[in-house]
Design a protein around this ligand. Structure first.
Ligand SMILES: Nc1ncnc2c1ncn2[C@@H]1O[C@H](COP(=O)(O)OP(=O)(O)OP(=O)(O)O)[C@@H](O)[C@H]1O
Length: 247
């Protein structure tokens, strides 16, 4: 546990009578993809909310790179290196790919004194934006409006926006959702390469992608983790099979 970049310890969250997170402990280590899976209503979104900072746990702690972030705001966590992508796209369609990523960089830098300066002429925003686009194999689309991109390419831009903030960990919430086999294969390949630079906590319904990508898998059912293991262990686990078959 000691070399973990992100550690969740004994997280609990209740909504009235419903225990939505039940004593959840897990960690994310350098160079890995740790997938969090579970049937509908298992509590995955509730857990992400607590990690990202939009939901406050009732008990437990979240440590990012040695620092307890449990009581910090969403913005403070982002500045400390918690990167995330969203289920719902937040890209500005009419703007180019490059400008979307530059806006993300600007949001992190928080340079309000540069309000008067057009984003597209700011070199300090352009360099990190282009570096992130290169890592997501999209530099050649930098000057294309987002509206003209395929669904899969948009997903790549969203990950690039998160990457441009130089995160220590990346929280990806269903990145494969809505992608066809080709888009999903492309993103799988990119994430596989990316994990060596930034470890990824992956919440994903696409089991093929999870089994291909994840170094470790944690299975959430009714708010609690019922199993941890690698792909082979999780596939063979009778409790996990039952949880999914019973869905
Ligand atoms: N704000 C809330 N108030 C009350 N109950 C909530 C709230 N948010 C979530 N829940 C409940 O908590 C449980 C876990 O929900 P959550 O959305 O975290 O599950 P999930 O695993 O993300 O599901 P899905 O895969 O369908 O998105 C569900 O029973 C849900 O109805």
């Amino acid at each position: 546990m000691s070399d973990a970049v992100l550690t969740l310890a004994h997280l609990n969250k209740r909504f009235g009578a419903l225990q939505a997170t039940r004593d959840v402990s897990l960690d994310l280590r350098p160079g890995e993809i740790h997938a969090l899976i579970g049937p509908n209503g298992a509590g995955k979104s509730t857990l992400i909310g607590q990690i990202a900072g939009s939901l406050k746990p009732d008990a437990g702690s979240i440590v990012l790179a040695g620092r307890d972030i449990t009581s910090l705001s969403v913005a403070q966590r982002a500045r400390l290196g918690l990167g995330r992508s969203f289920q719902v796209s937040s890209l500005a369609e009419p703007l180019t790919v490059k400008r979307n990523v530059m806006i993300a960089v600007q949001a992190l830098q928080g340079h309000s004194f540069r309000f008067w300066k057009p984003v597209h002429r700011d070199e300090r925003l352009l360099a990190p934006a282009m570096a992130a686009l290169e890592r997501m194999a999209l530099a050649h689309r930098a000057d294309t409006p987002v509206a003209e991109l395929s669904h899969g390419e948009r997903r790549q831009v969203e990950v690039a926006c998160a990457l441009a903030l130089k995160p220590k960990v990346l929280l990806l919430d269903e990145p494969m959702a809505g992608l066809g086999p080709e888009g999903s294969a492309r993103l799988t390949e990119l994430l596989e390469a990316l994990k060596h630079e930034v470890p990824i906590l992956l919440i994903e319904h696409d089991m093929d992608a999870v089994f291909r990508l994840a170094d470790r898998i944690s299975v959430l059912v009714a708010g609690g983790v019922i199993a941890h293991g690698d792909s082979a262990e999780i596939r063979a686990n009778p409790q996990v099979r039952e949880a999914y078959l019973g869905e």
